[in-house]
Design a binder for this molecule. Structure first.
Ligand SMILES: Cc1cc2c(cc1C)N(C[C@H](O)[C@H](O)[C@H](O)COP(=O)(O)O)c1[nH]c(=O)[nH]c(=O)c1N2
Length: 228
């Protein structure tokens, strides 16, 4: 038997049991982007804390932990965010080719007013000083780290019966002004959160005919770009 806690900080890392493994894959496979299924029940503080702890457990370049989480429950702030979304969404619709516009218009692409909680997730490039271990040759690594935090939160939320919807149809400056976010801080995600009692079994965009899941085989190369 290996001791659970070795002197050098290592702990035992056996594979999960079948049930534990099934639960992890179930969270991954049944996680959905939620726009319309939100219930109005508030998310209790202890549950929200677990979601934020999950986000905060994400990997980050040089362990810089560049994220912040702005919790938004205020209805007037959410109304203003929805208005910013609506303006951007009109611009977005016009960018698609004519034949896709009516389908685009029919899609529900946010739940900002329906979900009882929004979380704006930001990334602070200055969190760990100007030179960060692992970010020296690619400055985007801090944003990627913050996206890992979002995904952790999204999966934990699935396990809690809470739906999450990522809204990115905004002009940055609108969200920045609304929440007083400094210019140097990157806005990574506006997330809508709320309990759900139904979820789509497949991505809603696939069900609504916008775009289908690609076959994994097409995306896997062997030993070089494009090599099958
Ligand atoms: C970075 C980023 C940004 C957005 C999204 C996702 C991500 C990762 N998604 C959700 C997206 O449409 C969804 O994830 C895919 O359609 C796949 O569906 P499931 O997430 O599997 O349900 C999303 N959905 C939406 O309705 N409005 C939006 O503005 C966005 N923005």
């Amino acid at each position: 038997m290996r001791p659970d806690n070795l002197n050098n900080g290592l702990v035992a890392a056996e594979a999960f049991t079948d049930d534990e493994r099934a639960a992890v894959y179930r969270a991954i496979e049944t996680r959905r982007d939620v726009r319309d299924q939100f219930l109005s029940d508030p998310i209790p503080d202890d549950v929200l804390r677990r979601l934020l702890d999950a986000a905060h457990a994400a990997p980050s370049v040089g362990f810089m932990q560049p994220w912040n989480f702005i919790l938004i429950r205020d209805e007037t702030v959410r109304q203003s965010a929805w208005e910013a979304f609506s303006r951007a969404n009109e611009e977005a619709e016009a960018m698609f080719p004519e034949e896709k516009r009516s389908t685009y218009r029919s899609l529900k692409l946010e739940g900002i007013r329906k979900a009882p909680l929004s979380i704006c997730v930001t990334s602070d490039p200055d969190r760990a000083g100007p030179v960060v271990l692992g970010r020296t040759h690619n400055s985007r690594m801090d944003s990627y780290s913050t996206v890992c935090a979002v995904q952790n939160l999204w999966l934990a939320a699935r396990a809690e019966g809470i739906g999450v919807g990522w809204v990115s149809i905004f002009r940055d400056e609108d969200v920045r002004a609304l929440l007083g976010i400094p210019q140097r801080v990157e806005i990574v995600a506006w997330l809508c959160l709320g309990y759900v009692d139904q979820l789509y079994g497949e991505p809603e965009l696939a069900i609504k005919g916008w775009r289908q899941r690609l076959p994994l085989e097409e995306l896997v190369f062997k030993d070089g770009w494009g090599q099958k």
